[in-house]
Design a protein. Structure first.
Length: 323
């Protein structure tokens, strides 16, 4: 009999091992300097070595470690952050700000533990203290980032996204690199409930060529009506980008799901679900930045054409029967 628990434990162990490699690759000052420099792209290693004060051996040793774990890649003649690298860089920025404001964090800890203050009073004091440089930490400290779940299978992050959409009360921001009809059904049901939808499609595998879209539609015919109903709703924004580094969802400015792609291949690696308002706001900012260069979703025009043709044929058939 297949030991499913053993299989899941092996998957968890593999994820932990990969995380250990990532943290280890950043565990030196040399590596952090190179990682920081790669944010804007390293085009000339000779100049970068000189700027950072590194010998050739130290420079290439750390650079190769960052490449090996998938934090950096060589693209257009420059060493740059991968999608995983971009996420780690953002996390590093939060940690750096925390270290630079350690005294204020200690003060916040004392306030949070004070038995003489009510919950509301503690919140007010923490926010007042945070105004001097820790505004981004108020939400993190007041309740913290609450982990809802970690998943290692694509179908599990899809199921998690569906649950978030179904529990939405006001709005949903969804940027996805995948097309899934069950998620589209959840979106349509939520639109019927009056939920505002902001959808950004980044599924290059399905939309890189129009013929691929035709195959997608005809392999799952119900998508025609689903897409048609979604795109014609007044409560939805849709767009398409071929530069989506990872999928994410934000629901009601509070619940978050984020995909972390696999290094090098950019395939699904794992998904994280959180409950946090600060993280939600930051991802909505990312969404809005992506929409500035987004195009009209190819599925919109195509699904409208196909649905119109289907409706016309059905109408003509009914008329011929009546005659």
């Amino acid at each position: 009999m297949l030991d499913l628990n053993k299989h899941e434990r092996n998957e968890d162990a593999s994820v932990i091992k990969n995380l250990e490699k990532i943290f280890s690759s950043l565990g030196s000052e040399d590596a952090l300097k190179i990682f920081q420099e790669a944010k804007e792209g390293i085009r000339n290693s000779t100049e970068t070595k000189k700027k950072l004060g590194l010998t050739q051996k130290r420079y290439y040793t750390r650079l190769n470690e960052l490449l090996k774990v998938g934090l950096l890649q060589k693209q257009d003649g420059a060493y740059r952050h991968t999608s995983l690298g971009k996420i780690c860089y953002q996390i590093g920025g939060v940690l750096l700000e925390a270290v630079n404001n350690s005294e204020q964090l200690e003060l916040m800890d004392k306030v949070a533990q004070s038995p003489s203050l009510s919950t509301e009073e503690r919140e007010k004091v923490i926010r007042a203290v945070s105004r001097s440089g820790l505004a981004n930490f108020a939400d993190l400290l007041n309740g913290g980032i609450k982990p809802v779940g970690i998943v290692t299978k694509l179908e599990d992050i899809v199921a998690g996204a569906k649950r978030l959409i179904e529990k939405a009360q006001k709005e949903v921001y969804l940027a996805t690199r995948y097309t899934d009809s069950s998620v589209d059904e959840s979106i349509l049901n939520s639109l019927d409930r009056g939920i505002k939808m902001y959808l950004l499609d980044g599924d290059k595998k399905s939309l890189s060529q129009k013929i691929q879209l035709i195959r997608l539609i005809f392999s799952r015919p119900r998508l025609i009506k689903l897409f048609y109903e979604i795109f014609r709703s007044p409560n939805v924004y849709t767009g398409y980008t071929d530069d989506l580094p990872y999928s994410f969802i934000v629901v009601d400015g509070k619940y978050v799901g984020v995909e972390i792609p696999k290094p090098h291949s950019n395939d699904f690696f794992l998904g994280l679900f959180f409950e946090n308002e600060l993280l939600s706001r930051k991802l909505v900012e990312v969404f809005n930045l992506l929409t500035t260069k987004a195009k009209e979703d190819p599925k919109k025009e195509f699904s409208q054409e196909i649905f119109a043709q289907f409706t016309e044929k059905k109408w003509n058939k009914e008329l011929s029967v009546q005659e």
